[in-house]
Design a protein around this ligand. Sequence first.
Ligand SMILES: O=C(O)CCC(=O)C(=O)O
Ligand SMILES: [Fe+2]
Length: 383
Amino acid sequence: MPHREEPTEFHPDQFPPFPDDPQFPSVNLETISLKALESNDPTERERAFQAFKGRGFVYLELAGTDNGDTILHGADEVARAAEQTFALPLEEKLRYKPGNRELFGYKNVGATNADKAGTPDTAEFFNVSKNDMIVPDSEMRRAWPSVVMEHKPLFAKYCRASHATGLLIMDLLADKLGVPREEIRQRHRIEDHAGDHIRFTRGPPRKTAEMPEIQTPSHTDFGTYVACLPLPLLNPCHSQVCSADRQICNSITILMNWLGGLQVWSTSSRHAGPLEPDVPGEWLWVKPRRGCAIVNLGDAAVKFTNGVLCSGRHRVVPSPGEQGKVPRYSIVYFVRPTDSSRLKTLRGSGIPAAEDQDEEGVEAKEWIYRQAMGLGSRHIDVT
Ligand SMILES: O=C(O)CCC(=O)C(=O)O
Ligand SMILES: [Fe+2]
């Protein structure tokens, strides 16, 4: 059992509410019931499909299913473990910096650029690998702090529930697009090595009312490759990426947060790479909702579907109003294509033909790494 002190800053029951104030305009996301998806409810499946084609973000109501309950209750426990992890001395955390072309481990405050001017970000992350959490200790590929090891069963359970939930959603998207489910499932087998991880994030309290600081810069969730094709603009979300070095990679993201701070760009776009939005619009707040995860597609979903599905642009800023007085935690699970799977446009009746369908595709691991580098990471050893 953990033997560290009780958490002192993650106490969601005491967090102030999201301010009800027009100066914080929020986005209206569809709420999808996980229970209804698990029962194959046709209306709910269709609503989810439309939302993932449109903005690419939904609220997912979790209660009432085993996986949903695991995520809902597990996220609080994971956040308490995250607090203990971040409470370690910086020197110790820095021992877990990613290296050797890996993205797992600790990202310190200021390790990435928040904008083109090179302003440093203000959040710290710890990325805990799914594969290491679900295998016996002897098969783990990395060393982890003892606080992570103490919570390994919790993390393993959380990974399995999140991964299964992501695949359930990907099954419905495959059905709607006329893609055999196995095409997606074989690229996301839980036992196969992948960049999947639980990310703990801690953002510091807001410093001033106007504070322009950025905790996590504008991005789409990479993890699955976006082709470098001049794609037809079938969907406002979709755009072309024509350099082989600018691929994309993350399939689906399951996010739990308790305080405002997440913002989505009001206009759908999916240009990979630039830190700043490249279509006119504004940042809209995503209000956290008790009992719901925020689920969004990543760039791999765009790649697989030749732009039919949307990977929404988002960022994290300090929480608004009174909420900004406390540190902000979020717990994210990223479902990613397995390292050796090939990223290319899939064949399906709902997917427009693409030039890469007959090609072998890019290896997911390489694609994710390149994408992370493109985001301005300054901490990863490229060699
Ligand atoms: O902290 C959040 O609410 C979102 C985090 C996020 O977008 C990410 O880690 O990719
Ligand atoms: Fe994200």
